[in-house]
Design a protein. Structure first.
Length: 226
């Protein structure tokens, strides 16, 4: 059976990652593709516990290094229980954040050294990197306004602690994602998150069609052809 495709969606707060992941999954399913939607931190019961501990700030006092260890432990479980089995059976995996968020939040922002994060990646990921990582790029001031509006509308009491960071920190995060994309152009693509959800959806669909669906049109692709 042909291995599935792995796509991660990255970006700052309020860029629309979750919304666009759902829309992309729906369009792929219309093409007859089996799609698994997941997220990080999270994706398995144990990893969801880590998600709550990190985003709520419960373990913040332990420092970014401890967070990086916990996130990679959660990622190891996520890969073994969800991502790798899905890829092996030919499904496409769409993940809301992956290891690049750890590089940005615990690395660039938290100060964990790149070689430490690289060693953790080699141990945990072991080559199961996304075929395509999409960075949704947006002015942080606009993204934060979107995120905080959504938080109010959904009645969320315990906001994501990263959402409350200073605007200067969000600008650093944005640049960190752009730097990662520039360093690995074969894996990354930057997509503007300016405009309405429909506009952004079309940009993502054009990208995925060009980068992955055209490859799936090869003679042995079977039902993966668009």
């Amino acid at each position: 059976m042909r291995r599935g495709r792995f796509i991660s969606i990255e970006g700052g707060e309020g860029t629309g990652k979750s919304t666009q992941l759902r829309r992309l999954a729906a369009r792929l399913r219309k093409r007859g593709i089996n799609v698994v939607e997941t997220r990080e931190p999270g994706g398995t019961p144990g990893a969801e516990i880590v998600r709550h501990a990190v985003l709520s700030g419960q373990i913040a006092e332990l420092g970014p290094f401890a967070e990086a260890l916990l996130l990679n432990a959660a990622r190891d479980d996520h890969l073994d229980e969800v991502i790798r089995p899905a890829l092996e059976r030919g499904a496409w995996v769409l993940c809301d954040r992956f290891a690049d968020s750890t590089r940005v939040y615990q690395g660039t922002m938290g100060g964990v050294e790149a070689d430490i994060l690289s060693a953790l990646e080699q141990t945990v990921i072991r080559g199961t990197w996304p075929d395509l990582t999409i960075v949704l790029d947006l002015d942080p001031a606009i993204g934060l306004a979107r995120a905080r509006s959504a938080t109010r509308e959904e009645g969320i009491i315990d906001a994501d602690r990263f959402e409350d960071a200073a605007i200067e920190d969000h600008r650093r995060m944005r640049q960190a994602f752009l730097n990662l994309a520039a360093a690995e152009p074969d894996r990354f693509a930057v997509v503007s998150a300016v405009g309405g959800p429909d506009e952004i959806e079309e940009r993502l669909w054009d990208l995925v069609s060009a980068r992955l669906l055209t490859v799936a049109e090869s003679p042995d692709a079977g039902s993966l052809a668009p």
